[in-house]
Structure formats: C-alpha cells, structure tokens
Write a protein that binds this ligand. Structure first.
Ligand SMILES: *Cc1c(COP(=O)(O)O)cnc(C)c1O
Length: 257
C-alpha cells in the first residue's frame, strides 16, 4: 500500500527532524544538504504527492522507470523544474536514454561511459546540446555486489580522467564540454549499523576534497552523494551534500511489481 498524502507529510516531518538534528551536530546549514526523493518502485501518484509536499529532486534506479515518470517536464512547488537523478548502474546500451532523461547521473564508473555521455549530450536537443551533471560512484564499502569504481583505483581513474579532459577551467573541459564533473557517490555498508559506514563516507570526502582543490575540470566537483534511510545522519556528519532517501519518505518498496 502506498502512503496517502497525509502519511507522507508525517514521514517527511520525521525525516526533516532527523536531518535538522544531524545538521546541528555537524554544524552545517540545512540548505547544504539536498534531499533526493528516491521514488523507485513507487507509482507516478506518489511522485505527485511528493511534489505537493515540496520535493524538487527525485532519484530513480532504472532508466526505463525514470523515463516513465520524468520524461515530461514537471514544475516543483517553488517554481523550479523538477530534476531527475539516475542513481543506479546504467548499462552501456541505456546510457543515451539515461543522459536524455536525467539532470544528474550519480553512478558513472568508466571512461567509456564518460565518452559516450559526451557524444550523446553534444547531440541532444536536436543538436543544441545539453550539459549533464555526473558523479562517479565509488565502491567505498568494498562489497562484491556493489557497482562503482574500486576504492583502490578511484584516484587513478580521476587522474586519468583529468588528463583526458584536456584544457579546462571553471569545471568545463575541452574534451567533455557537455559534462560537468560534480563529485562522488557511494552506498554505505549495508550492515544495519550506520556507524559502520562512517569510514567509507570519510574516505569519499577526502577524495572529493583532493580533486576539488585541483580546479580546472574539477572546479565544480563539490558534491558528495551519500546517505540513505538507514545512515543519513552519519553521512551528513561526514559532509554529504545529497542524501538519497526512499523508504523513510515513501515506505517499503514492493519489489514484486
Ligand atoms: C534504493 C536506493 C536508495 C534509497 O534507499 P532507502 O534505504 O530506501 O532510503 C538510495 N540510493 C540508491 C543507489 C538506491 O538504489
């Protein structure tokens, strides 16, 4: 059963209290943490309710589901355009569709994907081009089942990317003019104990800081997408700028659908 609008409002209030408390402990402002509503496996009506409650950013795992819900432009309560984040791994043959529907892809983990996205974005909007925000997923929890860059190879990957980007300034590069490298994403350790994820969140922040400090192609590399329903407080304490929350807002997912 999906939540009613009133139920969702209550869940949102409880979640906002958690976020506020974590921000207070971390000495951060609420505005420094973006809430991405993870609507995967929930119907379009749930998205409508979320928009009525002020949601501006949604996360979807699967490209086809993202297309179904977010191909048509929508307006948020604050008048901005609703943004779609693709947060799940994207197969090579789905990258084009992902690039067209998404405002931001969080799960990039190969040079091939970066090169393909540049081509697709250059040709988007009938050749007018589109600038896409991308984040690189790091398997900082070092779990076999999780996708993303190997934690020991992530730094070398980003250094290689910097070389391939060519001349760059202000986050724009010669060779990837339609992509903006915005930061890093990870999924914490799925142990049921939020504290277990602290180390991998802190690792991600260190890596982000190192590349942000380089400027050039990494001048806009200020984002850290980390923290979900179970571990968002620890993620905020470790510097998350985007928490991806599904269950705490929409309830349990029905995977049989
Ligand atoms: C499903 C999913 C989430 C949301 O997880 P919850 O525990 O329901 O908050 C966040 N990030 C990714 C990558 C996901 O696949």
């Amino acid at each position: 059963m999906e939540f009613t609008l009133d139920e969702m409002r209550e869940h949102l209030a409880a979640l906002e209290a958690r976020i506020d408390e974590a921000c207070k402990i971390a000495g951060r402002s609420r505005e420094s943490v973006k809430l991405v509503w993870v609507s995967k496996f929930h119907p379009a009506e749930a998205v409508e309710n979320a928009i009525a409650l002020g949601a501006t950013d949604f996360g979807e795992n699967r490209v086809q589901e993202a297309e179904l819900k977010f191909s048509e432009p929508r307006t948020a309560k604050d008048g901005s355009r609703v943004r779609c984040h693709v947060i799940g791994p994207v197969q090579s043959n789905k990258l084009k569709k992902a690039a067209l529907v998404a405002d931001c892809i969080h799960s990039i983990a190969s040079i091939e994907a970066v090169e393909k996205l540049e081509k697709v974005c250059a040709a988007a909007a009938n050749g007018q081009g589109k600038v896409l925000d991308i984040l690189f997923q790091v398997n900082a929890g070092e779990e076999e089942t999780k996708s993303g860059l190997d934690v020991h190879e992530a730094e070398a990957f980003l250094e290689d990317l910097e070389k391939r980007a060519g001349a760059a300034a202000d986050g724009k590069s010669e060779n990837f003019p339609h992509l903006r490298f915005r930061g890093l994403m990870t999924i914490g350790k799925n142990t049921g104990v939020a504290e277990d994820s602290r180390e991998c969140f802190a690792f991600l922040r260190g890596l982000r800081d190192k590349f942000l400090a380089k400027g050039g192609a990494f001048a806009a590399f200020d984002q850290l997408s980390m923290g979900m329903t179970g571990d968002l407080e620890v993620a905020i304490e470790e510097g998350s700028t985007m928490i991806r929350v599904g269950t705490a807002l929409f309830g349990e997912r029905d995977y049989s659908k």
